[in-house]
Each structure stands twice: as structure tokens, then as C-alpha cells.
Design a protein around this ligand. Structure first.
Ligand code: IPD
Ligand code: CA
Ligand code: CA
Length: 272
């Protein structure tokens, strides 16, 4: 009975998250391709007026519906301060650099964590109208159709993806790891959206993804989608994945050990 009620509760959160990513996605779709007000948060890390407008809308929806929940938004939105088992983790525009260059690949990502564990994830690509949804214990879907990771079990046949940090010093190390993969796999992509990378592995479009220097809002939602599609997530030492840990190794499961074997020697001692 408790478990049933828990399931219903998650389904309700998932419905809310789906509506919120669609509403924010409509803002991004409308603004895509127009001139933007671009501001720099770092040397190459930028933010546009669309990031801020989408986050403001999502934060308003969350605060209105779940005033007692915590909220962590990339652009600064916060929720309740009193203790709560729930935390919403929001990336209003994952793929900002693409968006600012009019490259049509980005998404809205909303995750819900319960006691630190990602339990609901909604990732919406507004240009392709693709809604990826994961509910812990309830499966993963793309526009309502069940998702399943690929069966690829040979690195040489695998199509992988990674991302590079906005921090140049970290890019040096990332480039060394990237080189290891390049010489052993079919191809390595770099799409510019961590959330979509995870969802694409969940959908079997890609076979694995790794990145160092990511934030909780990049991966919390996608992690649920991937896990529920049968995928595996860990840190770079093979330990449990945590959205706050800044690293993610995600795969269809079959390639996990092989990927870990390539990453680990480089990353040992550099997990942050
Ligand atoms: C970035 C994207 C990119 C990843 C970076 C993220 P943003 O998020 O997910 O793919 O490589 O690590 O910061 O800045 O576009 O929201
Ligand atoms: Ca992001
Ligand atoms: Ca973002």
C-alpha cells in the first residue's frame, strides 16, 4: 500500500515536471534564432535572457505547487529553506552555447531528488518535441514510448559522447582521456547538452557518455531516464553516481567496465 502510494506520488511529480519542461521549452522555442542578450559567467561560460526567463517560469511553478520543497536552479533560483526530503534540480537551458550560436540542440531539464536520490527526471527538447521521462521504479519513456539502452558490447562498435568543461585547465586532462577513447571506438561525439546525452544513451542512440566537471542540474534528471532504461551510472572509480559529485560515467551497462578501464588511470585522485 505504501509502495503504491509512493508510486502514485512519483507519477504526480512526473506529470508536473513534464508540464513544466514543456512550458519552459515553449519559451526557448519562441526565442531560438533571434538576437540574444548574452552575458558571460566565466571566460566562455555564458547565459542568455532565455535561460533566465525559462528558469523564472519553472521556479514560479515549483514554488507555487510545492512551497515546502528545496530548489536548485542553475541561474540561482532557490526554494524553501526548512528541511525537506525533496529537491528540484533545474537546468532551464542545457546547451546554452548551442542556443546562443543558433545550433538546434538543447533542452530543458527538471529532476526531482528524494533524500539525495534522483527519482523523477523530465528532459524536453523543444525543437524536436521530444519529452524524455524517467520515474524511479516506473520506467523511462520518450513521448510515451518505452526506452531501452542499446545492446552494443564492443567498444569498437560503440558510438560514445563526452563534453568539455568551461574550465581550460580541466580541458587539458579531458583531452588526454578523449584521445584514449578516439583510438578505440567507432566515434566520439560532443553534442553540447549533458541532459540529452544521458537521454540519448537511454534511447540507444548513443552507447555511453562520460564527463568531468558537470553540475547536478546537468545530470540529475537524465540519470533517472537512463537508469530506468536499463543503463548504468557511476563515478569515475566505479562507485555510486551522485548528482553532486561533478563526474558522470553513463553507459548501456555492457560497455561500462571497458569505459571505466580507459578513464580510471587518468582520473585517479582527480574526482572533483
Ligand atoms: C553544459 C552542457 C554541456 C556540458 C557542460 C554543461 P549548459 O550545460 O550540458 O554539454 O559539456 O559541462 O555545463 O551550460 O549549456 O547549461
Ligand atoms: Ca547544463
Ligand atoms: Ca544551463
Amino acid at each position: 500500500m505504501d509502495r503504491e502510494r509512493g508510486g502514485d506520488e512519483l507519477a504526480e511529480y512526473a506529470e508536473f515536471a513534464s508540464e513544466a519542461v514543456r512550458a519552459a521549452g515553449a519559451i526557448l522555442r519562441e526565442r531560438f534564432g533571434r538576437p540574444h542578450d548574452v552575458r558571460f559567467k566565466g571566460t566562455v561560460d555564458l547565459v542568455t535572457e532565455a535561460d533566465r526567463a525559462a528558469e523564472a517560469l519553472i521556479a514560479e511553478l515549483i514554488r507555487e505547487r510545492y512551497p515546502g520543497h528545496h530548489l536548485l536552479g542553475e541561474e540561482g533560483a532557490r526554494g524553501a529553506e526548512a528541511p525537506s526530503p525533496f529537491r528540484w534540480v533545474v537546468d532551464p537551458l542545457d546547451g546554452t552555447t548551442n542556443f546562443a550560436h543558433n545550433l538546434p540542440h538543447f533542452a530543458v531539464s527538471i529532476g526531482l531528488e528524494r533524500q539525495g536520490e534522483p527519482v523523477v527526471g523530465a528532459v524536453y527538447d523543444p525543437l524536436r518535441d521530444e519529452l524524455f521521462l524517467g520515474i524511479r521504479g516506473g520506467g523511462a519513456t520518450l513521448n510515451g514510448a518505452r526506452l531501452r539502452v542499446s545492446a552494443t558490447d564492443d567498444l569498437l562498435r560503440s558510438l560514445l559522447v563526452t563534453g568539455f568543461s568551461y574550465d581550460f585547465a580541466r580541458r587539458e586532462l579531458q583531452a588526454d582521456v578523449w584521445r584514449q577513447f578516439l583510438l578505440r571506438v567507432q566515434a566520439v561525439r560532443q553534442t553540447g547538452s549533458a541532459a540529452l546525452n544521458l537521454c540519448y544513451v537511454a534511447a540507444g542512440r548513443l552507447d555511453g557518455y562520460w564527463e568531468r566537471g558537470i553540475a547536478p542540474w546537468d545530470v540529475s534528471a537524465g540519470a533517472v531516464v537512463l537508469r530506468e532504461a536499463g543503463g548504468t551510472l557511476t563515478d569515475f572509480a566505479g562507485g555510486p553516481f551522485r548528482s553532486d559529485d561533478r563526474v558522470v560515467l553513463a553507459s548501456n551497462g555492457h560497455l561500462h567496465e571497458a569505459m571505466l578501464g580507459l578513464i580510471e588511470p587518468f582520473e585517479r585522485g582527480f574526482l572533483a
